[in-house]
Design a binder for this molecule. Structure first.
Ligand code: URA
Length: 258
């Protein structure tokens, strides 16, 4: 048998085992009733009572979303929330990430930005929006006199970088949503900016940023403005025009509410 044949046969066998096959069926029928009963290993020992192995304890299924809800609800303030997130072990992304990326900027600022997930630079530094998209975000904010140093608080839906920057799964978003909701409740912004589709998914249970952007709505109990993600703007510079309109809308909203 050559190597390719070996791999193909092995894959076919593994597939069958996955389907639940437990016995190999040969070409000649076998009368199992005529076979001697299989003795437990302990029966081969000289004497003594048969040892019945203890039944394996059933593995309890963990409801990761329920765990996240409980952990987030217990957080008393932002450092406590960060600590509870760091201790949360049900999200596989944590294992592949270098750092927990919790937040940046001014806690308690009127504007809270919710991005998607850390990329390579953010994972390395442990701060959101520090790569190219983050630099564009800073320029966008500066255009309406906002800055993470004085007037904006920033976080992401996911605190850990997904491998190869892949999109987070629905399960990962559902698991992190309670933490984001608690994050907003504890940071108490006047409004949130939902940057991109993942952020809209978590905050509005909707995607379709081209349709959603620029339309004020409510999310996490406060006014919310969906906007194009700066990474999208880097790839599609023509969309900057819409982003500029949304920034002006944000500025008016802040002025009207001050
Ligand atoms: N994109 C995001 O959504 N968040 C970051 O922190 C970086 C890039």
């Amino acid at each position: 048998m050559d190597w390719h044949e070996h791999i193909a046969l092995r894959a076919a066998l593994e597939w069958q085992v996955e389907l639940g096959v437990v016995d190999a069926v040969g070409e000649t029928p076998v009368d199992r009733y005529a076979e001697p009963p299989v003795k437990p290993a302990s029966a081969n020992k000289a004497a003594g009572p048969a040892v019945v192995p203890p039944a394996a304890a059933p593995v309890a299924e963990v409801d990761a979303v329920a765990e996240a809800v409980a952990a987030a609800a217990a957080a008393q303030d932002l450092p406590d929330l960060q600590a509870r997130l760091a201790a949360f072990d049900h999200c596989e992304l944590k294992r592949g990430a270098r750092n927990l990326v919790f937040s940046d900027g001014v806690a308690g600022a009127r504007v809270m930005i919710i991005g998607e997930a850390p990329g390579r630079d953010e994972d390395r530094e442990g701060r959101p929006f520090v790569g190219r998209a983050g630099q564009l975000l800073d320029r966008m904010l500066a255009a309406i006199d906002l800055s993470r140093d004085s007037s904006v608080y920033i976080t992401n839906v996911l605190p850990w970088r997904p491998p190869q920057n892949r999109d987070p799964t629905a399960e990962e978003i559902a698991m992190m949503r309670p933490f984001v909701a608690r994050h907003v409740a504890l940071a108490k912004p006047d409004l949130v900016l939902l940057m991109g589709n993942i952020s809209c998914d978590a905050g509005l249970m909707k995607r379709g940023i081209t349709r959603l952007r620029g339309q004020w709505t409510e999310s996490y109990g406060v006014p919310a403005l969906p906007m194009f993600h700066p990474a999208y703007l880097l790839r599609n510079p023509r969309a900057k025009r819409d982003a500029w309109a949304d920034l002006l809308s944000l500025k008016h909203h802040l002025e009207a509410g001050s």
